[in-house]
Write a protein of this length. Structure first.
Length: 564
């Protein structure tokens, strides 16, 4: 079976996470989120759900990796085909919904089906409905859910959410400006530029975890309303301190600075404020007023139009090349508003892991689920790059931990997933999309540094899940030469034969220029079994490998208020 393995980050741990739940480990699951939600996530255990379910009826999501060796091309891998079609699986999901869902939701699903028929959209909505039922179940009574979508499906998803969460628990549709204005790439497009996404925000009940967020006042407002300035430079505005409703409302009547009025404050409180220089008389005989300082105001409460967040583009430091990547600032705002330190955040379609990084930084506990091994590998690299030794322990579940489950992944699940997983054991990334063309004999690539030149050396990797023979090693030897790679790693599920080992030895050694006498075998055969028991390839590493695009290193932030 696939048992769990623990990643220990080492170094100091986060107090917030330990205190929140003794023995808790953050979790990264590989697999179908419906199965994982049902089997591993308890009722009412989650504080906040964020999901960005892929829907785009004609797109495959290609993960783009810039080449580290400086080549111009960028490799593409189809991470998952995000094409939802009506088929056996959708039909089974529909039947299951009709049998198990609350009657109101069943009525809604039936009505949608009569309108949409057996279309791609209906298949998507059926799959989503089952998952939303589970997400509602795992949320605490005070929990919230944010569903991120574009206008293609948002109106249908809102109906589904009304059916699962109840229309009364709809809180907001947040409009997020995700890109700057651009001219549409399809010349002659006859519509307005599409620069926004929607976030549908629902709560489980009427009382939720809620921390209002604020943004700075705009300059025009400050100039207009806070135009008075103290000698020390502090801006302020003046406010009325007369008691509304006079005597009838029980306001005291007395004299301040020669003016008799009903006041908002008692005489003692007024004297105290005068002592603190908080009461101002703008000219002799004028009614005294209160000084309200700009630096004491929290800012403008965030509204449902989010156009102030930084936009991700190719120049952004945090871009990892994942097509649906969202900026961390977006997730930080959601996590701060709808959870507290130590709370549990769940992202069932976590892709490149932005939610997990934001949750980790803000000292929340987290669970991430993704159905592609590529995403799981990318996320582990991103978390380690970003937090280094400060990273709290996390567990990766659903990935093979022994030979039997590795075989099962190769034979029963998907050879590509097996390949991506095997590559992650040696820190390599997939080389290219096989479906796109001829098999070049390379499944993965890794880069390492063995000198200070800053130019990485290249290693190529081949993964074999089936029968292997010495001819495979001969072929791989010529691939290493052709690719001008420094080393080649041959990963195999089966034990290599003696002729294979002999053939590998004839490839000789790779000698780094600057590490005299520190050569490593040019062609290394590594069994999955050895890799699972901790064996690693021999590489003359001078510095950490930079196979994946590194996420910028950041500290876990101290608890702080707003970011400005």
């Amino acid at each position: 079976g696939m048992n769990e393995g623990v990643h220990t980050a080492g170094g100091p741990h986060m107090a917030a996470q330990i205190s929140a739940a003794p023995g808790w480990k953050n979790k990264l699951y590989f697999g179908d989120n419906l199965v994982i939600l049902r089997e591993h996530v308890q009722d009412e255990s989650v504080d906040l759900v964020y999901l960005d379910p892929p829907f785009n009826s004609n797109a495959n999501y290609n993960v783009l990796f810039g080449e580290k060796g400086g080549e111009k091309s960028s490799a593409q891998i189809t991470a998952f085909e995000d094409t939802w079609h009506w088929g056996m699986e959708a039909e089974a999901a529909y039947r299951e919904l009709v049998e198990m869902a609350p009657p109101k939701l069943v009525d809604l699903i039936r009505a949608l089906r009569s309108f949409l028929g057996q279309s791609d959209m209906m298949a998507y909505l059926t799959m989503m409905a089952l998952r939303l039922v589970e997400l509602h179940r795992v949320l605490k009574p005070t929990g919230s859910l944010y569903l991120h979508c574009d206008p293609t499906a948002s109106h249908y998803l809102k109906l589904l959410l009304d059916g699962v969460f109840d229309a009364l628990n709809f809180r907001n549709e947040i409009i997020w400006k995700r890109s700057h204005a651009h001219s549409d790439s399809k010349q002659g497009a006859q519509h307005y530029g599409r620069v926004t996404d929607s976030l549908l925000f629902y709560s489980k009940g009427d009382r939720i975890t809620w921390n209002p967020q604020y943004v700075p006042y705009d300059e025009g407002y400050v100039e207009r309303d806070y135009k008075r300035v103290d000698p020390d430079g502090r801006r302020y505005r003046i406010d009325n301190i007369q008691g509304p409703g006079g005597a009838a409302k029980g306001n005291p009547y007395y004299e301040v600075m020669g003016v008799n009025r009903y006041w908002r404050y008692s005489k003692e409180k007024m004297d105290e404020l005068i002592k603190q220089d908080r009461i101002i008389q703008t000219r002799p005989g004028a009614v005294p007023q209160y000084k309200r300082y700009l630096d004491e105001m929290p800012g403008v409460p965030v509204q449902n139009l989010w156009a102030d967040l930084p936009v991700l583009n190719n120049r952004s430091k945090e871009v990892l090349g994942y097509p649906t990547q969202k900026p961390e600032a977006l997730l930080e705002r959601i996590i701060k508003a709808s959870s507290n330190e130590g709370d549990l955040v769940l992202d069932p379609f976590c892709g490149c892991g932005t939610t997990l990084v934001a949750a980790e930084r803000l000292k929340r506990r987290w669970i991430g689920i993704d159905i592609t091994h590529l995403a799981i590998t990318l996320m582990q690299n991103r978390l380690r790059d970003t937090f280094d030794y400060e990273l709290a322990d996390f567990v990766v579940e659903g990935v093979p931990r022994d030979l039997e489950s590795a075989r099962s992944l190769a034979q029963n699940v998907d050879r590509h997933h097996f390949e991506w997983w095997a590559l992650s054991l040696v820190g390599a990334r997939p080389a290219q999309d096989k479906k796109k063309g001829a098999d070049t004999g390379i499944d993965g690539i890794l880069y390492f540094y063995d000198d200070e030149s800053g130019t990485p050396k290249k290693g190529v990797v081949q993964v074999k899940s089936g029968h292997v023979k010495s001819g495979d090693i001969r072929d791989f030897k010529s691939v290493i030469e052709r690719e001008k790679a420094s080393v080649g790693l041959f990963l195999t599920l089966e034990e290599p034969s003696d002729p294979m080992k002999k053939e590998a030895a004839t490839a000789g050694f790779y000698e780094p220029e600057h590490f005299q006498g520190r050569g490593v075998p040019k062609l290394q055969i590594l069994t999955i079994e050895a890799l699972l028991s901790g064996h690693r390839p021999e590489l003359p590493r001078f510095a950490p490998a930079a196979t994946f695009k590194k996420a910028p290193r950041k500290k876990v932030q101290e608890a702080q208020g707003n970011l400005w």
